[in-house]
Design a protein. Structure first.
Length: 202
């Protein structure tokens, strides 16, 4: 892919080198199934990747974006800042931004819980849901902030309850169409920093 293609997707430069090979086996399988089955069904199926900071949510989204772009699908990336404050004004001043967010084959909304204008998020998701267009959302959530529910005597974290509590108006647009997936494991940012410190040590 060319630099121009990455720029048209609005994908942050640090994720231009995201590759399938850097995902563990279970994530590779998830990506494979999403691309070949859920997305390919053309019914607007999406993903909601949630978990703590640095666990690879945006990286996974970037890998999916690159695979689908190579298949000539149209992709666009929106960060929380794009749908907050000055970003919203810029988006509405530049119609092409909103047009692409609404119409592309796959839209990525990164760090949804840091977007301040929920009305704009609702409008985007409503349009895409009505037109069966796929969306991948990521959310940074500390595990300790997730409510704990007991099912059949076992305690577990409940993301649906968390989402309903803070984003109730968006729930109808997510339920049944966008699958929540908990992304856990090592902190990739800490790993990168440790490798950098090791390489810089004298």
């Amino acid at each position: 892919m060319t630099d121009i293609e990455y720029q048209r997707m609005n994908l942050p430069r640090r994720f231009w080198t995201a590759t399938w090979n850097n995902l563990n086996v279970s994530l590779q399988e998830m990506v494979k199934k999403y691309v070949s089955e859920a997305f390919a069904s053309k019914t607007g199926k999406g993903l909601l990747l949630y978990g703590e900071e640095g666990r690879g949510k945006t990286y996974i989204s970037a890998v999916i974006a690159k695979i689908l772009r190579e298949k000539e699908f149209q992709i666009y990336y929106l960060s929380a800042s794009d749908i907050s404050g000055q970003g919203i004004r810029k988006a509405f001043d530049d119609n092409s931004i909103m047009d692409r967010a609404l119409a592309v084959d796959l839209l990525i909304i990164d760090d949804l819980n840091h977007a301040t204008d929920k009305n704009v998020v609702y409008a985007i998701l409503k349009y895409r849901s009505d037109n069966m267009l796929s969306t991948i959302i990521s959310m940074r959530i500390k595990t300790k902030d997730l409510p704990v529910v007991t099912t059949k005597g076992k305690k577990k974290y409940s993301f649906p309850e968390y989402f309903e509590r803070f984003y109730g108006e968006l729930s109808p647009l997510v339920q049944g169409n966008i699958l929540p997936i908990f992304i856990n494991g090592e902190n990739y940012r800490d790993k990168e920093l440790n490798e950098y410190e090791k390489n810089m040590s004298i």
